[in-house]
Structures are given as C-alpha cells and as structure tokens.
Design a binder for this molecule. Structure first.
Ligand code: APR
Ligand code: PHB
Length: 406
C-alpha cells in the first residue's frame, strides 16, 4: 500500500480537473490528479469544441492559451437557418467585441496535460477501482490502484471532476442531493469529415425533418450533427445515408450546403439536462459534468466546467491564504446561479431548434415564429449573443490569483 498526502485530491483529468489543477498550481496549492483512462484515450476522445470568450480569456490568463490562440478559430457570428434561409447573428457587434472560439475539447485537454506535466505535479492515468471516502472528515481519502499496487491519498479536500459517470457524485448519500433532470426524446448523430468547411461560421438549422448543425474543427475538417432518435444504432447509418440527410436538412435556397468528404468518426449521443445540488458534500466539491449536464445545443458544457473551477480555485485560495471557509461555503450557490442560466439557455436553444415526436402543428408554427422573431429583432439577437458568447463569470480572475481579465 502506497500512502500519500496532498492538499487537494482531484478525481478526473477532463477539462474541469486539469484546469483546477493548474489554477491551484498557480496559487502554490498542491494537488494530485487521478484519472481512470489512458492519456491517449483522454486526448483522442471526440467532444464538443466551442469556447466562450471568458473561457478563452481564462486560459490565456492561466498561461495555457497558446494552442487556442494559435489554432483556435475565432468566430464573430453564427447563422440560424429555417425555411431554407440562413440568418446571420453578429455576436461581436452585439456584445461589444466578444466572440466564440472553435477549438476541440480534446485539444484543450492535450494543452492542459502538457501544462500539468511541465509543473512536475502528479497526474496518474489508468488508475483502477477509484473510490472516495470519509467525506465528512477533515481528511477525506481517495483510494485507487495504479500499476498493480494499492494507493491511499489523504487530502484536505477532494474535487470530484470525474464527469457524469464518475464515482464522486454517487458517493454522496442520496438524501443529501436534489437532482433536477430532463431527458430529450432525441439525440445527435455527430460526424467528423475530411472536408473544408463551406462556411466560416456555425449554422444551426431547424428543418422539417429535424435539427442539423454545421460546425468545424480546422480549415480542413468539418463537424456536423443531425437530430436522430436517442437510441438510434449508428450502424443503421451508412456514410451515404448520413450525407443524404445532412444535405437535405442543411441546403438553403441560395444553394449553400456543406462540403462532402471522407467520414473519419461517427457516433450518437443522447441529450439531457441534469443538475445535482448542492455541488458539495462535506469536503467533496463537485465541478463540471460531475454536477451538471447540458444538452450540446448551447455549446456550454466545457465552459461551465471552466467557470465552476474558477469559483473553486478562489475558494481554496481563500482557505489556504486566509484560513477562511466563507467562499467554500458559498461555492455551490455561486456556481449554480451561472449553471441554471446556462441550463435555461441550453434548454431554450434545444427546444426551439428540434422537432419533438409529440409536438403539435401549433408547436411547430410557434418554433418558426420564435426563430423569425429571433432573427429580426435586435433585442432578441442581443439576448442570444450575450448568452452564446457566455454570461459573465461569477467571480473575478484576480480573486482566483490570476492577472485581471475576467
Ligand atoms: N476515476 C477517475 N477518473 C474518472 C472516473 C473515475 N471513477 N470516472 C470518470 N473519470 C474521468 C473521465 O475518464 C474523464 O477524463 O473523469 C474525466 C471527466 O471529464 P469530462 O467528462 O470531460 O468532464 P469535465 O471535466 O467536467 O468537462 C465537462 O466534458 O463531457 C464534456 O461536454 C462536456 O464539455 C463538457 C466537459
Ligand atoms: C461542435 O463543434 O462540436 C459543436 C458546436 C456547437 C454546438 C455543439 C457542438 O452547439
């Protein structure tokens, strides 16, 4: 048995765990990160890829923004398409200069693993049997196996950054959490294709046959999504069938459509909205997908993970520097204010742009009117724009020990 101690034990090396580890490092706080998958798996996993302005600024302020700055695609606007017509929303003009940046989550994770490695602080991949215990004590523990031997990691605090299917949230006694949940009667079939993006900006489409989304990863790679039933077997979709349906839904009357190319990755993901509250139990703090899931339509998942850990870093800094638990006690409420606004936005984007199996003709006409209003009213476009580029973080960068910017 290997026994170790650290200040903050972090379960999970996704965006939440890695960003938190680096924020703590910048504040001179020790951490150990414990991840159950391999480095390659974590880096290769294809996920979403839209960074809010605040997430880009946060990564820059943390000194881990080099990759985003170099290879991220900054978008000043997006398109909403319905009834065969694309309508542009100018995010930058409507938000006083803000934008979103398309940069794959796997690239974010790769950059953060490199930054972690450069600090020399511990990050264990391919751990097994990870468990957390003694959460109500002042010395909670993470137990795991690594390289064939048992490890016990004593911590002052544990950060549960282990995603929706992790072990931390289920370790909280069920009576202590309230779960708010909504499942959608559809999922997204997503592909990566070797094709130059035919638009510089994202296109969200509501078509009679359902939702479709045009996105990209690089000047040579297009990322596309289609609304499908939530349990749709991906094997039922040949590459030709995927392209037929993409083109049917996305082609607009002026002839715009995505470029076709070799499909290199395809998968189906169900969609849900989920919040577990409070995001804390004793000395265990949940952050990111471990505490909440949003449907991908608002592109908020990774960005919420980033805003959670900024709040957590501030709280831990306050504890170690001033011996104050005030910010730790406020952690959950502070995060949940922003989480719920992102939940509401993601639900609204999702329900406005998808076709539900149980919808009525009235519902569909209301959706069209919603989109017509959205794309013709400056007030409505401004509301979408300020939420899409990201509502303000709840705490300042300085309060978490970073240079100004938040
Ligand atoms: N022990 C250790 N690590 C675990 C365990 C476990 N029992 N269970 C899960 N993990 C790891 C996963 O392998 C993953 O690397 O925790 C990490 C969680 O990362 P994410 O799922 O990426 O969650 P998070 O860091 O909160 O980031 C949120 O990820 O799911 C996307 O779209 C979502 O963009 C959002 C972002
Ligand atoms: C993506 O590029 O993967 C993407 C873009 C916008 C979304 C969701 C996913 O809303």
């Amino acid at each position: 048995m290997t026994r170790q101690a650290t200040q903050v034990g972090i379960v999970g090396a996704g965006p939440a765990g890695l960003l938190l580890g680096h924020l703590l490092h910048l504040n001179g706080i020790d951490s150990v990160i414990v991840e159950d998958r391999s480095r390659e798996h974590v880096i290769d996993r294809v996920r979403a890829g839209v960074l809010e302005q605040g997430t880009v600024d946060l990564m820059a302020a943390m000194g881990v923004g080099g990759g985003v700055e170099h290879a991220g695609l900054r978008h000043a606007g997006l398109y909403i398409s319905f009834l065969g017509q694309r309508h542009r929303i100018d995010l930058t003009e409507l938000t006083g200069g803000k934008a979103i940046t398309v940069y794959g989550q796997n690239e974010v994770v790769r950059d953060l693993i490199d930054a972690r490695t450069a600090t020399g602080r511990p990050l264990y991949f391919e751990t097994e049997d990870v468990g957390v215990a003694e959460l109500d004590s002042t010395e909670p523990v993470i137990r795991f196996r690594h390289g064939g031997s048992a490890h016990e990691l004593r911590c002052d605090f544990i950060a549960g950054c282990d995603g929706f299917h992790g072990v931390c949230r289920p370790s909280i006694p069920s009576g202590a959490l309230t779960v708010y949940e909504r499942e959608y009667p559809f999922g997204w079939l997503g592909i990566l294709a070797e094709a130059a993006p035919s638009s510089d900006e994202l296109v969200y489409t509501l078509h009679e046959r359902g939702f479709a989304l045009f996105s990209m990863r690089s000047p040579k790679v297009t990322r596309l999504y289609l609304q499908v039933p939530p349990d749709e077997p991906i094997e039922q979709w040949s590459d030709d069938a995927i392209w037929d349906e993409m083109l049917r839904r996305m082609t607009t009357r002026d002839g715009w459509k995505p470029n076709i190319g070799r499909i290199t990755q395809k998968s189906v993901t169900p969609m849900r909205s989920f919040v577990a509250a409070p995001m804390r139990h004793g000395r265990l703090f949940l952050a990111g997908d471990a505490a909440h899931i949003v449907p991908p339509t608002g592109a908020k998942g990774l960005n919420l993970a980033a805003s959670d850990v900024l709040v957590l870093a501030r709280a831990l800094k306050g504890f170690y520097e001033r011996g104050s638990s005030d910010w730790l006690n406020e952690y959950s409420d502070t995060c949940l204010r922003r989480v719920w606004k992102a939940q509401r936005f993601s639900w609204w984007m999702t329900s406005t742009l998808h076709r539900s199996p149980d919808e009525t003709a009235f519902d569909h006409q209301r959706q069209i009117a919603d989109l017509d209003y959205l794309t013709s009213s400056c007030a409505a476009m401004t509301s979408l724009a300020e939420q899409y580029v990201g509502l303000p973080m709840e705490v300042s960068f300085e309060s978490a020990g970073l240079p100004a910017g938040g």
